[in-house]
Design a protein around this ligand. Structure first.
Ligand code: SGN
Ligand code: CA
Length: 518
């Protein structure tokens, strides 16, 4: 038998055995997987080129896909971002404005539309929307924020206790559903990792990763917020000032009973999810660092830098397991022959500060939390490494997914399909201005604000404080210099004020309209 004939036979046999062959018989409708991690900063994905860590599997998606350099959210916090993703509508329209809201699951979502359009649908992992998921054939979600170790899940309404590390379990659940799903239809799978959300508890195999790495602090780590309004000054998300010694910095393990309040109590609860042998492994790994820290008695800048490194190590350790599990799912798709007809979208519910302005957390409309990673691998469309600086928003995801599935896009969705950007037929901005509205002035004390971003400028209005901030992102990408009130920028201010007015009108945000009419 000639080599080429043998090759031909192998290809035919593979095609017949794989699930890809089933999908190929009917007019090809792509399967779609959305992987949305929690608080995954684009700075911590090596494809974005920040040099902090290595995420080979996510990078591999970017090699076969499109890397979005300017993807943003509309409201940088968990539940609201997820509600925008599901509905393709801003928070004031879908009703989920802050993490205390409850999602009205009776409303139209991309999931319900896909399901009625012939897709099998499932979600595993983080949900965080209060009400039960609707429109999914299968759901297995974390209650609330979920646990890192031996996590509880809720499977189609039934509580289940799991053993192991949440990031691995979430990917296991995704693959188990893929195995058992009815294979007569294309699928839409949402795989939402809890990691790398606070309090950054790594998988045991990564306890020592980065032990000997010192991360350079960002240039504006010691930002004193000069020239900014009071909003930036009064936040409570400073690495130096607001990280908790036990809960975040892991400086003690068993906390004395009388000290178990607030985040000390929260730490104890998290720690107690570990079994005795897991606690022993934890103590062995984290004990020496805590001991060294006590002996070193650091103060001032040295202490602030130590906290930064401690934070970064645990955060990036958590990211490593996320990346591993992206790899596991991609290997699964390949093994089952599904890779040729499955679109994979990797993103986060928002961006995150990795020390920029001295911060952890998100919420602000400043770039690091406003921007979010977005990588789309679409076989047959994004075959080679591509990147785009087109301005897009999480608001666009629902419409993009419906468009990819060949389904009609309802007129009441507020985004735009990114398909022309992915196909390369649209090279410029998908939106020439982006609207933002943050509503939750609670934990971390970030004042409520609205704002608009264009290619070059950003205007933010902290309306409870009646403060304005204007940035020239070309000259000042780190947003250190508020230009409001400067004579030479008064025309730009007026132009951006006008753009903001247009945005509140366009999206029918009546609260925003009222604020600007004052
Ligand atoms: C928790 C965290 C906050 C975090 C919010 C929202 N505090 O409340 O640091 O900003 O979640 O995160 S903790 O003490 O409970 O860890 S979100 O991603 O769910 O919006
Ligand atoms: Ca989040």
């Amino acid at each position: 038998m000639s080599i080429s004939f043998r090759l031909f036979l192998t290809v035919i046999l593979h095609a017949c055995n794989s699930e890809g062959a089933i999908a190929q018989k009917s007019p090809v409708r792509p399967n779609i997987i959305v992987m949305m991690s929690d608080d995954h900063a684009y700075q911590a994905i090596s494809a974005y080129g920040h040099g902090l860590n290595s995420t080979p599997h996510i990078d591999r998606l970017a090699e076969k896909g499109m890397l979005f350099n300017r993807a943003f959210v509309t409201n940088s916090i968990c539940g609201p971002s997820r509600a925008v993703f599901l509905t393709g509508k801003h928070s004031h329209v879908n009703g989920f404005k802050d993490n205390q809201s409850t999602f009205d699951g009776d409303q139209q979502t991309v999931v319900k539309l896909l399901r009625s359009g012939g897709y099998r649908t499932a979600i595993v992992g983080k949900w965080h929307l209060g009400s039960d998921p609707q429109g999914f054939d299968y759901w297995n979600i974390l209650p609330g924020q979920g646990d890192y170790y031996n996590p509880r899940f809720i499977e189609n309404g039934v509580p289940v206790a799991m053993k192991g590390y949440v990031t691995n379990i979430t990917a296991d659940l995704a693959m188990q559903w893929l195995d058992k799903r009815e294979k007569d239809k294309p699928f839409f799978l949402v795989c939402n990792q809890k990691a790398p959300h606070r309090n950054w508890m790594p998988e045991p195999k990564y306890y020592h990763l980065f032990d000997s790495t010192d991360f350079p602090v960002p240039a504006n780590y010691f930002d004193d917020y000069r020239s900014r309004t009071t909003a930036a000054k009064k936040q409570a998300m400073s690495i130096a000032g607001d990280l908790h010694p036990y809960y975040d910095l892991k400086l003690a393990f068993e906390i004395p009973l009388e000290e178990r309040t607030g985040l000390s109590a929260a730490w104890q609860q998290i720690y107690n999810r570990m079994r005795p042998e897991e606690k022993a492994e934890w103590q062995k790994a984290y004990g020496p660092a805590a001991e060294n820290f006590r002996n070193a008695a650091l103060t001032g800048r040295e202490l602030a830098i130590w906290k930064y490194n401690t934070y970064m190590r645990d955060y990036l350790r958590c990211v490593q397991s996320v990346d591993d599990n992206v790899g596991r799912i991609m290997a699964y798709l390949q093994e089952k022959g599904l890779d040729r007809n499955t679109i994979v979208i990797y993103t986060s519910d928002q961006g995150f500060y990795l020390g920029e302005h001295g911060w952890f957390d998100k919420r602000f409309m400043y770039e690091e939390s406003f921007r979010t990673p977005l990588i789309v691998s679409w076989p047959g469309v994004t075959e080679k490494k591509m990147s785009t600086s087109s301005m897009v928003q999480n608001l666009d995801l629902a419409e993009t997914i419906l468009d990819m599935a060949g389904l009609p896009i309802p007129g009441d969705m507020q985004g735009k399909s990114m398909v022309p950007v992915l196909k390369g037929t649209q090279t410029g901005n998908l939106h020439d201005a982006l609207y933002y509205h943050f509503y939750e002035n609670k934990e971390h004390a970030v004042a409520k604000h609205i704002g608009v971003r264009t290619d070059r400028y950003k205007l933010i209005h902290f309306y409870e404080l009646d403060d304005w901030e204007l940035y020239d992102l070309e000259k000042d990408p780190s947003e250190m210099r508020n230009l409001t009130g400067l004579k030479e920028y008064s025309k730009i201010f007026d132009m951006m004020h006008q753009r903001l007015k247009e945005q509140v009108q366009q999206y029918k945000d009546s609260a925003g309209i009222a604020l600007l009419a004052r």
